[in-house]
Design a protein around this ligand. Structure first.
Ligand SMILES: [Zn+2]
Length: 213
C-alpha cells in the first residue's frame, strides 16, 4: 500500500530541489539572472487542476505531481525574409516592439496555428511592409529565444530569400517601426538585436551567390 508521503508529494519535493518554490519563482521571474523568464521559472500552477504541483526537471517537459497532467515546451515556428533591391541593398526593419526595441531586424513573424510557413511568409511581408512576394527559396533554419511579456518563447526561425514584384509599394506597418535598405557592405551585425537574425544575415552575406559575390 502506498504511503501518504510517497508518490505525488515525493515527486514535488524532488522537483522543488531543482529550483525555487512557487513564491520564489513569482518574485524572481522579472529579475535579471539568465533564464529568469524561462517557463520553468514562470509556470507555477497546473493549467488542468490548478494545484502548485506543476514542475519541470529539464525545462521542456512539465508534469503535474497532483493530477499527472503533462505539457511539452516546443519551438514555435517563425519566418524571416531576405529581400534585396536591384542595388545590392538588404531590406531591413527597425524593431517597433520588445524584445530588442529599436534594433535592426529582418521582416517576418510567427507562423500561425495550422498555417504553412510559406503562407506565413507571404502574409507577414504583406502585413509588415505592404509587399507581395512572387518567388522565394528556402535559406535555412535558425533557433532563437524570444523573451516577451515576462516569458521566453523558443522559436525556430525559417529564413527565405525572397523576390517581390514591386518594391515601390513598401511602407512600414504592423510591428515594424521603420524599414530601410542597407547596402551589404554597410551592414553592422552588432546593430541587429536578435541572435538568430544576426546569424541569418551573417550567413547570407557570406554565402555564394548572395552577399559574397
Ligand atoms: Zn494538475
Amino acid at each position: 500500500m502506498r504511503s501518504f508521503f510517497t508518490g505525488p508529494r515525493q515527486k514535488r519535493r524532488a522537483c522543488s530541489g531543482q529550483g525555487a518554490t512557487v513564491k520564489d519563482r513569482r518574485q524572481h521571474h522579472t529579475g535579471g539572472y539568465a533564464g529568469s523568464t524561462y517557463p520553468q521559472h514562470v509556470f507555477g500552477f497546473c493549467p488542468r487542476c490548478g494545484s502548485d504541483g506543476l514542475c519541470s526537471r529539464d525545462g521542456r517537459l512539465f508534469v503535474c505531481s497532483r493530477c499527472g497532467f503533462e505539457y511539452f515546451i516546443n519551438a514555435a515556428a517563425a519566418v524571416v525574409a531576405l529581400i534585396e533591391d536591384g542595388r545590392q541593398r538588404l531590406l531591413m526593419t527597425r524593431r517597433g516592439r520588445e524584445p530588442k526595441l529599436g534594433t535592426l531586424d529582418l521582416p517576418g513573424g510567427f507562423v500561425d496555428v495550422r498555417e504553412t510557413a510559406e503562407h506565413a511568409l507571404i502574409r507577414e511581408i504583406r502585413e509588415e511592409l505592404n509587399l507581395e512576394i512572387t518567388d522565394f527559396t528556402y535559406f535555412g533554419s535558425f533557433p532563437n529565444t524570444y523573451p516577451y511579456g515576462g516569458i521566453t518563447y523558443f522559436t525556430l526561425d525559417l529564413a527565405f530569400v525572397c523576390t517581390v514584384n514591386d518594391l515601390t509599394t513598401v511602407r512600414a506597418g504592423d510591428d515594424a517601426e521603420a524599414y530601410l535598405f542597407v547596402p551589404r557592405h554597410e551592414i553592422r551585425p552588432e546593430e541587429i538585436g536578435l541572435d538568430s537574425i544576426r546569424e541569418i544575415v551573417r550567413q547570407y552575406l557570406s554565402s555564394p551567390g548572395n552577399g559574397s559575390g
